[in-house]
Design a protein. Structure first.
Length: 305
């Protein structure tokens, strides 16, 4: 079952089907445990984010309390894996930065930094497991969610529900872009990234209503989210180099590394803002209105078939 709406399917049925699909896949992966831990953590966190996007898809058809509780539940279920994932991607960001650096940078010895980052991964993982196996807790949380989803009460309606959710997510993403441009801190760019990912998932869900156009748009928002993800990974690396690793590594190498990080952060930030302005080029009402027209056309085609 694809992560898409289907013709002749109610919004309520679509939302429950999409969430159940992600929960079932997450539980299957957790039980099989045949993936490496890093991939399992990454996949699980993605599935919980997709479920939070579905909640936004039907937000205005759900009771407010149910929406808040389920959104918090999916967020908290993935939270124990956040620092594990962050520690791993920071090391990957470091390796990529070094590979892409000029020879003048490569002439320095950064081995101490890599060793410290590897030790950081072990420390974070040990901390995550100190209070029990987070994978066991994730299994329990997923099983509980599977039962709750069956009882979701979602109001009848089509675009009257979906349109309000889409408008809100698009508007929130645009405001996050405005804030990030006015105050380009890592925190503001990370918030913009989160909202961009929600919008990308909503576009993916709605892709059947205008397949070619929305598939292309989804790919573009995915690329933007990835670029913002690279920015966050390097921002985390910068903080570690300046703070946690400063006492155990070479000071001059650290200065060179931070300058290299800052240069790459500037490139990623400017490229993200340029792409963001192209993708968020319409006002929220205009974008929602166009999506509504596509939805109505798609709905009529489904009735006639």
């Amino acid at each position: 079952m694809a992560y898409r709406v289907k013709s002749h399917e109610s919004i309520a049925h679509s939302a429950k089907r999409l969430v159940r699909k992600e929960l079932a896949a997450a539980l299957s992966e957790l039980n099989a445990n045949d993936e490496c831990e890093d991939e399992l953590v990454h996949s699980f966190r993605k599935r919980m984010k997709k479920n939070r996007a579905v909640l936004r898809f039907v937000r205005f058809g759900l009771d407010d309390e149910v929406y808040r509780e389920e959104n918090a539940s999916f967020r908290d279920t993935a939270l124990p894996f956040a620092e594990i994932r962050d520690a791993k991607v920071v090391l990957e960001a470091f390796d990529q930065l070094i590979r892409q650096s000029p020879q003048s940078v490569l002439d320095r010895d950064f081995h101490g930094f890599r060793t410290a980052l590897e030790a950081h991964i072990r420390t974070v993982r040990d901390s995550a497991f100190a209070q029990g196996d987070p994978f066991d807790r994730a299994r329990d949380a997923v099983r509980a969610a599977e039962h709750r989803v069956r009882d979701w009460k979602i109001s009848k309606g089509g675009w009257s529900i979906v349109g309000r959710g889409f408008h809100r997510v698009y508007r929130t993403g645009l405001r996050a872009l405005d804030t990030a441009e006015a105050q380009p801190s890592p925190e503001h760019l990370h918030e913009w990234r989160k909202q961009t990912k929600y919008l990308r998932h909503l576009i993916e869900i709605l892709e059947p209503i205008r397949t070619g156009r929305l598939k292309k748009l989804g790919v573009q928002f995915h690329a933007l989210a990835d670029r913002l993800g690279d920015y966050r990974d390097l921002s985390l690396l910068r903080s570690l180099v300046l703070d946690d690793l400063s006492d155990t590594t070479d000071a001059l190498a650290g200065e060179i590394l931070v300058r290299r990080i800052d240069r790459r952060l500037h490139e990623l930030r400017e490229a993200a803002f340029a792409a963001g302005r192209r993708l968020y080029c319409e006002r929220p009402k205009e974008m929602a209105s166009r999506m509504k027209a596509w939805w109505k056309e798609w709905s009529l085609d489904c009735v006639e078939q």
